[in-house]
Ligand binder design. Structure first.
Ligand SMILES: Cc1cc2nc3c(=O)[nH]c(=O)nc-3n(C[C@H](O)[C@H](O)[C@H](O)COP(=O)(O)OP(=O)(O)OC[C@H]3O[C@@H](n4cnc5c(N)ncnc54)[C@H](O)[C@@H]3O)c2cc1C
Length: 395
């Protein structure tokens, strides 16, 4: 459940200022270099720990900042303006720390939380496998009981931060064919025997996410590293998915807003046929369309934030699906329209619009694809819009 109170307003404004300075000093100047040289920026992620950003939503008593969910999104928005891949990687390490802070045993917290908060170790959450993505219940990585613990075998794929992470919340099957009823989750130590890191993927525009996979070869997990017992892993994975869908929607809004600012600035300066191009209706209407879509995406995202902060994860399912579907579908054409308004200049890497376009593509897959969001909304139709006979007569 998300923390609602958060940091007091004046302290939060100070933090946002510090984040802006950090971003402009430690991230923005390097985004292009990271991408050109295919670098996963481990050190820059670690430095975010100095500002407390790896513990944004974690209780201050455990070393976190104690931000509310909405405040966390504002920080992620600032970072996403220059690099959504960086922000996404950061929040994925944060999520592992938050998971341990909320539900981990004292032993697990003592063992891993300080390193996750400082960035000495990065975190991942691993559901996806080479043969199972959207259909999460079809995972086949198997945990079998062993003396005082479990033996784990199988492969995870498409995992954020897997290029370097070593504190991993992994979802596994304990009973072949049992689907959701058999799923458990474990804390995997990526420095342990039986953990084999695989070569990370070359994803154009997204090297800063450090996406890759790993293999578990008879990896031994002691009983204390079991986070969700068999049968409870599926629900545990879904418990925070609405939050993830909502921050992905918010990141898309941030990327579009940053691009729209550049495009409007450019269109006010650049002239054609004797006047600034913003005065050509054909151009200004395109950007007005982007602004209109952006406002709608922001409004849907705001509704999801409110539902999440009210703390009832069931009532957040639909608002989060609406926000993610709308914002991710909005982002690519909106970013392309911003680039178009800047003419050929919009293609220059320094404006980052190309980077944001590839990040927006990624947003269509992570934490549930656009089709899975649509499916979620479709399933809700009878409950949301079905008129009972009495209601139908009255209308
Ligand atoms: C950069 C990146 C980072 C990622 N990070 C993580 C991570 O940290 N942890 C993790 O566990 N996973 C992660 N993923 C994986 C992501 O969650 C999966 O890509 C996603 O769940 C979809 O799975 P898939 O790619 O196997 O596609 P599939 O499930 O094979 O789907 C293929 C296509 O079919 C569509 N489809 C599937 N089922 C239906 C249906 N019922 N109705 C209509 N259409 C359907 C999908 O929407 C998709 O378009 C990441 C992916 C990327 C690209």
């Amino acid at each position: 459940m998300s923390q609602v109170a958060g940091l007091r307003e004046e302290h939060f404004h100070e933090l946002l200022e510090q984040v802006r300075e950090f971003r402009d000093r430690e991230i923005a100047p390097f985004v292009i270099e990271w991408e050109q040289n295919r670098i996963f920026p481990v050190e820059a992620l670690c430095s975010a720990g100095d500002l407390g950003l790896l513990g944004m939503e974690i209780d201050p008593a455990l070393g976190g900042l104690g931000l509310s969910f909405g405040q966390k999104l504002k920080v992620l928005d600032l970072l996403s303006e220059v690099s959504m891949p960086y922000a996404f990687s950061l929040v994925n390490t944060h999520n592992v720390g938050a998971r341990l802070a909320r539900h981990g045993t004292e032993e697990l917290r003592d063992r891993f939380l300080p390193d996750l908060l400082s960035g000495r170790r990065l975190g991942s959450t691993a559901l996806t496998e080479p043969g199972a993505g959207s259909d999460f219940s079809a995972i086949t990585t198997l945990a079998s009981p062993d003396a005082d613990g479990w033996r784990l075998n199988g492969e995870k794929a498409w995992i954020t931060n897997a290029a370097a992470s070593s504190v991993i919340v992994a979802y596994v099957q304990t009973d072949h064919g049992a689907r959701a009823r058999g799923i458990a989750s474990f804390l995997i130590d990526g420095t342990g025997d039986g953990f084999e890191r695989l070569e990370p993927y070359d994803l154009i525009g997204s090297h800063s996410i450090g996406t890759g996979g790993f293999r578990l070869n008879d990896y031994f997990a002691p009983e204390g590293d079991l986070l969700a017992v068999p049968g409870e892993g599926f629900a545990a994975a879904l418990a925070t998915i609405n939050e993830a869908r909502t921050y992905v929607a918010s990141m898309c809004c941030a990327m579009v807003e940053a691009s729209l600012r550049s495009a409007v600035g450019y269109a006010c300066q650049r002239e054609s046929f004797g006047r600034p191009i913003i005065e050509h209706q054909g151009l200004s209407w395109q950007l007005a369309g982007v602004a209109n879509q952006l406002e709608a995406a922001r409004a849907l995202t705001g509704q999801a934030v409110t539902a999440i902060e009210q703390g009832d994860s069931r009532s957040a399912i639909l608002p989060a699906a609406h926000a993610k579907k709308f914002a991710t579908e909005m982002a690519e054409p909106a970013l392309a329209a911003c680039a178009q308004a800047m003419g050929a200049n919009g293609l220059k890497e320094e404006h980052l619009i190309g980077h944001r376009l590839t990040a927006a593509r990624v947003a269509n897959y992570v934490d549930g694809t656009t089709e899975i969001m649509t499916e979620r909304i479709a399933k809700s139709l009878p409950a949301t819009y079905h008129l009972t006979p009495t209601a139908a007569k009255a209308s």
